[in-house]
Design a protein around this ligand. Structure first.
Ligand code: PML
Length: 247
């Protein structure tokens, strides 16, 4: 079956506004293009692009991580829980992890803004992105039957952002040399973030302070990782995800 990758994004004054990515069959193409167009035009924009390309290599199919809800009374308690999960998945010291999280909360790009993609941190706690302004982006992903998955997630009180983040983290955790991921949104009122480790997506609220426009992702990787292969997997290889319900 012919599959197409769709990538849409909008911006205003050069600042990212909305994005949407899908993998769809030829039959779904027209409908999904309409959906994406609606999603991108919800926010004001002065630039909008939607790119469609045929996927040449058949995507591999993987299972999604299982969602585990973690509640905390405040950001401090949520961060402590996040740090413990990351410490046990990466072996990095709690102090180092806290510093890295603070970097995300204050703007991880060298100019103090949010990065477009994720930071990459090795087991020595060092940042190793090829470009620290851009980072790495996980793309070329979709759920098999995304609408059905979205319905199931929304019934459980989750959001479209949860669906997108679950897809990203499931692709990430499928890579043997990625051990964990940290993520908070850059939306000032979206306080839920997550920690992904092998098999699980720990959804933690509130993982950031209300009103903070800084957010982003950290990918924790093994020492000596081949960055060229990592970038190629995350940015170029198409992956389809089968949603797995939490028991
Ligand atoms: C969730 O709702 O499970 C957390 C999603 C984090 C989204 C981050 C983002 O979209 O920027």
């Amino acid at each position: 079956m012919k599959l197409f990758s769709i990538k849409g994004r909008s911006s205003i004054d050069g600042k990212h506004q909305s994005g949407a990515e899908r993998i769809v069959s030829e039959k779904e193409l027209e409908n999904v293009l309409t959906q994406i167009n609606k999603r991108l035009t919800r926010k004001p924009f002065d630039y909008l692009s939607i790119k469609v390309s045929l996927i040449k290599k058949q995507p591999c199919v993987i299972k999604s991580l299982k969602i585990v809800d973690v509640c905390a009374d405040n950001v401090g308690e949520a961060t402590e829980k996040a740090v413990k999960l990351l410490h046990s998945a990466t072996g990095l010291s709690e102090e180092k992890i806290k510093k890295l999280i603070k970097t995300v909360h204050t703007g991880a790009s060298p100019d103090g803004n949010n990065m477009r993609g994720a930071m990459i941190v090795d087991q020595k706690g060092e940042r190793i992105e090829l470009d620290p302004y851009r980072g790495v982006r996980t793309t070329e992903i979709d759920f098999i039957d995304r609408d059905e998955v979205l319905k199931k997630l929304e019934e459980k009180g989750y959001t479209e952002r949860t669906a997108d983040a679950l897809a990203v983290s499931s692709k990430n955790m499928n890579y043997p040399d990625i051990t964990a991921e940290f993520c908070t949104s850059d939306e000032p009122d979206y306080l839920t973030g997550y920690i992904a480790v092998k098999g699980y997506y720990y959804r933690i609220t509130p993982l950031k302070t209300e009103g903070n426009t800084k957010g982003g992702r950290i990918y924790f990787v093994k020492n000596g990782i081949n960055l060229k292969k990592l970038y190629n997997y995350l940015e170029k290889e198409a992956v389809l995800i089968e949603y797995t319900e939490t028991d």
